[in-house]
Design a protein around this ligand. Sequence first.
Ligand code: NAD
Length: 243
Amino acid sequence: MDRLQGKVAIITGGAGTLGAEDAKMFIDEGADVIIADMNEELGTKVASDLGDHAVFSLLNVTDEANWDAIFQFAKEKFGPVNVLVNNAGIGDKPSYIKDVDIDVWNKVLAVNLTGTLIGIKYAMKYMKQTGGSIINISSIIGNIGLARAAAYSASKAGVREITKTAAIEAAELDYPIRVNSVHPGWVDTGIVPDVMKQIAISKTPLKHMGSPEDVGNILVYLASDESKFATGAEFIVDGGVLA
Ligand code: NAD
């Protein structure tokens, strides 16, 4: 299959469960991929298992000083970047707002929301001439909220809104860049604690959690030119989750 032939993608959080699956699916469709993650050991292994079309690069999404280097590294290795997947994310420490720990709140917002914002900023800088697709990983929790996860819900709602803003700005500035968000429901990965899994299934009308491939299929579409008329949109893949 060659739906992504000639594409060069940076996937943040690429060492994690969803990011690594997305990288595999992108490569199967002909792309070259930078696995950008803070976890050097896992990221190096993921990239090496994927073969010559993947390479690891250390990235902390919250540190703006890292971002020029990663776009330049990608260009030297594979060519100009035309897909950025802002996928790096962390979960909340479960607590009611009445007990919220502001340090945890700030950390979740920094990685999930500010990290995505900085990624968009640098994708605009590096993709404004060649064009491309920015895919921001939100969550259905960003649409409906979740008790004891205020920071996570707020961060993912923020990702939804900056996606729409960035899409309008790119169009206003005549940058050939599309920006969309993906909102997975409950997917069986390490970010979902075991205690949440039965609750997750009970809230999902399709009665099972999603798989990383269920999410990856949407990402392949958004990275490809098949989605050339989609921008500022949110793509929900959640088995029909109920609030
Ligand atoms: P995961 O924990 O397996 O992967 C997350 C990756 O992000 C890890 O490799 C981690 O090292 C990396 N990371 C964390 N902080 C970082 C930083 N500051 N800079 C760079 N990398 C960093 O989680 P996952 O389930 O694969 O989730 C991936 C994305 O999908 C997250 O944004 C998550 O919120 C979102 N999501 C997941 C689900 C789900 O049910 N699994 C549902 C909705 C949305």
